[in-house]
Design a protein around this ligand. Structure first.
Ligand SMILES: Nc1ncnc2c1ncn2[C@@H]1O[C@H](COP(=O)(O)OP(=O)(O)OP(=O)(O)O)[C@@H](O)[C@H]1O
Ligand SMILES: [Mg+2]
Length: 371
C-alpha cells in the first residue's frame, strides 16, 4: 500500500504483486476471457502467449483499465483496482504501435507522463535524461519520432511508459513490428531494463521463443482461459495437453491405443500405428490419452540400439539448418512418424532421405498428455 500514499510521479520501490481473481469479460454472448484466477509475484516477468483471438489483449486491457471487466477483481498490493480509473492505477503500458506523439521530440514524449502529473520542469528534465540513458537514447533527445528507426521508437515508448516508475508494466506485442535482428536486440534490452527497474511485467507475445527468453513464468491462453502456467522449462518438459506441447516447441504426438503395466514403475504402451513403447510411470496412460516426445530426445544412428526403446526406421525427410539437423523418420512395420532434431558436433553422422537408421529413446523421455 506504500505506493498509494506517494505523490503522483514519485518513484516506487520495485514491482507490485498482481492477484487476478475470477476476472472475466463477456461481449454479448461471447466469452473473450473466461473467469481467470492467477497470482503474479512482485518483480516477476510474466508472459502470456496464445493464438490470435484467445483473449490476451482483453486480459491486459482489463488490468490497464481501458476494458471494463464483466466480473472479478484485480488486486494490487491488497487493493482491488477494478473501480479505479486508468490514471490512478500506476501501471505503464507499451503497445505494438509505439503511439508516440509525432509533433513532440523524443524528450517531450518521454517527459509527457510527468508533465500531466504536474511534476516541476527541472525534475522532468532530470528524469527524462535518466530514462533516455536507460534505453541508450541520450543522443536522440531533440529528434522527432519520424527521424527514428522502429527499434528506437520502441525504446522511446519504453522510456515513456516507465518514467513515472510504475509498479507494473504491461506490454502487448511490443516487438511485433520489428524485424528478427532488432527483436533479438530489444529482447535483451527489455530484460535488462526490467531487472534494473525491478518492475513487475506482464508481456503478451505470439512468439514462444521470445516468451521463453524473457519470462520467469509463461501462461498459455486458449479460448479465453489460461490452459497452463509454468516456467519455460516446466511447460516444455511437462506440457499437460497436446495444445501446449505443440504451441511451445516441436513434438511427436501419438494417440495411445493400449497400455499394459509391465514391471515396477513401467508401462508398455501401444501407439496409433502399433509401435510398442516402454514408458516410465503408468498412472495417466491409456486409450484416449496421447504420448509425446520432444525431437531432441531421440537418438539417431550409433548409440540408439543401447536405449530401452529402439527401432529400425527409414529417413523420410532430412533438413540441415544452421545449428541443427532435422529428420522425419518412419518406424519400420508400424508407419509411426517421429520428428528428430540433432545438434551437430564434429563427427555427427548425416543420414540422407531413404536411408535406414537406428533410432531410440529412453523410457523416461516420452510423456503422457491428458488430451
Ligand atoms: N469490443 C469487442 N466486441 C466483441 N468482441 C470482441 C471485442 N474485443 C475483442 N473481442 C473478441 O474477443 C476475443 C479476444 O480478443 P483479444 O483481442 O483479447 O485477442 P488476442 O488474444 O489479443 O488476439 P491477437 O493475438 O490477435 O492480438 C476475440 O475473439 C475478439 O474478436
Ligand atoms: Mg492482441
Amino acid at each position: 500500500m506504500a505506493r498509494r500514499s506517494q505523490a503522483p510521479g514519485q518513484a516506487s520501490l520495485g514491482g507490485a504483486a498482481v492477484s487476478i481473481r475470477n476476472l472475466s469479460k463477456r461481449y454479448n454472448n461471447f466469452n473473450a476471457v473466461i473467469p481467470t484466477t492467477i497470482d503474479i509475484e512482485s518483480g516477476d516477468f510474466f508472459a502470456i502467449i496464445g493464438p490470435s483471438g484467445s483473449g490476451k489483449s482483453t486480459l491486459l486491457g482489463m488490468i490497464a483499465g481501458y476494458i471494463d471487466p464483466t466480473a472479478g477483481q484485480i488486486v494490487i498490493d491488497g487493493h482491488d483496482i477494478v473501480p479505479e480509473p486508468i490514471y490512478r492505477r500506476n501501471i505503464g503500458m507499451v503497445f505494438q504501435n509505439y503511439a508516440l506523439f509525432p509533433h513532440m521530440t523524443v524528450a517531450e514524449n518521454v517527459g509527457y507522463p510527468l508533465r500531466i502529473r504536474g511534476v516541476p520542469r527541472d525534475e522532468v528534465a532530470r528524469r527524462v535524461n535518466e530514462s533516455l540513458g536507460m534505453v541508450r537514447l541520450d543522443a536522440f533527445a531533440t529528434r522527432l519520432p519520424s527521424q527514428l528507426s522502429g527499434g528506437q521508437q520502441q525504446r522511446v515508448a519504453l522510456a515513456r511508459s516507465s518514467i513515472y516508475k510504475p509498479s507494473i508494466l504491461l506490454m502487448d506485442e511490443p516487438l511485433g513490428a520489428l524485424d528478427k535482428n532488432l527483436r533479438d536486440e530489444m529482447q535483451e534490452e527489455i530484460k535488462r531494463f526490467q531487472q534494473e527497474m525491478g518492475v513487475t511485467v506482464i508481456y503478451v507475445t505470439h512468439d514462444q521463443q521470445e516468451a521463453a527468453f524473457l519470462a520467469d513464468r509463461i501462461a498459455i491462453m486458449r479460448d479465453g482461459s489460461l490452459t497452463q502456467i509454468g516456467s519455460p522449462r516446466e511447460l516444455y518438459e511437462h506440457p499437460n495437453s497436446r495444445f501446449v506441447a505443440e504451441f511451445l516447441g516441436e513434438a511427436s504426438i501419438f494417440a495411445v491405443k493400449a497400455a499394459i503395466p509391465s514391471g515396477p514403475g513401467q508401462t508398455r504402451i501401444v501407439l496409433e500405428g502399433g509401435t510398442q513403447v516402454v514408458i516410465r510411470g503408468d498412472k495417466a496412460a491409456g486409450p484416449g490419452k496421447f504420448a509425446c516426445i520432444r525431437p531432441e530426445r531421440i537418438t539417431v544412428g550409433s548409440g540408439a540400439a543401447t536405449l530401452d526403446n529402439h527401432y529400425t526406421a527409414t529417413v523420410r525427410e532430412c533438413l540441415y539448418t544452421p545449428g541443427s539437423i532435422r529428420y522425419r523418420v518412419e518406424l519400420a512395420g508400424t508407419g509411426d512418424m517421429m520428428k528428430i532434431r540433432v545438434l551437430p558436433q564434429m563427427n555427427t553422422e548425416f543420414f540422407e532421405t531413404g536411408t535406414q537408421v537406428d533410432v531410440g529413446w529412453s523410457s523416461s523421455d516420452m510423456t503422457i498428455l491428458k488430451d
